[in-house]
Design a protein around this ligand. Structure first.
Ligand code: SF4
Length: 215
């Protein structure tokens, strides 16, 4: 699928400029520690950043290394995450993933997209997020937020975040794939481009947004 390069460039700039002024600060956005970023991204799956921010600090202090998470009783992890939901599923995935990391990778978070993606509970998005946010690799990220915003702005239609056409589109759209671009998209969707009642009159993309200009 082709991407309008000049529009993509303008959208990227506006999202990042907006993020610089309005973006939210979360602990996993102010660190390059791959362990903390991997834990955060696993928690952020199907959960809002605001909800994760309420438990993240305490969780990462208590389980501060891959080995600690690997050795923790599953019931202890379940209890620590009970306010977030999906705690049983999350606890099982944390145990399995961090046992593997402790045994096979000497407790280091692999700097390899393929290895990360193969870990329990870590799919394409989380592996890409760790490579981008922690290891500074210019890789595209596609999740529900990215699809939602780009579908409105570019008038595209994708099946979901596993749609290979969506990954292809975002790889062409994203330029250097700065972390701030993706954080900006997440925050714009959370604060401005709401699913039901988007706040188009205060949106930095209103001039170039297909949805706004054709409705
Ligand atoms: S103009 Fe409206 S629909 Fe378009 S991106 Fe902004 S908030 Fe979303």
């Amino acid at each position: 699928m082709d991407v309008d390069v000049s529009k993509a460039s303008l959208v990227r700039k506006r999202v990042m400029d907006w993020f610089g002024l309005n973006g939210r600060t979360f602990p996993w956005r102010t660190t390059k520690d791959p362990f903390q970023i991997l834990v955060a991204e696993m928690l952020l799956r199907r959960t809002t950043a605001s909800a994760v921010s309420r438990v993240f600090g305490k969780f990462i202090t208590r389980f501060n290394t891959p080995l600690r998470l690997a050795r923790a009783h599953e019931s202890t992890i379940v209890q620590a995450l009970s306010s977030l939901g999906l705690q049983t599923e999350r606890a099982k995935q944390f145990k399995k993933a961090f046992m593997l990391i402790s045994k096979e990778y000497n407790g280091e978070i692999p700097q390899s997209y393929a290895i990360l993606k193969s870990l329990p509970g870590v799919g394409r998005y989380i592996a890409s997020a760790v490579m981008n946010f922690a290891y500074g690799e210019a890789v595209p990220l596609v999740d529900g937020n990215v699809i939602h915003l780009l579908s409105r702005v570019f008038g595209t239609s994708f099946v979901g975040s596993s749609d290979t056409q969506a990954w292809d589109f975002v790889s062409k759209f994203g330029g250097s794939h700065e972390s701030e671009l993706y954080w900006g998209i997440i925050d714009l969707v959370s604060m401005v481009c709401l699913r039901r009642n988007p706040r188009c009159t205060v949106c930095p993309l209103s001039e170039v947004c297909d949805w706004y200009n054709t409705k």
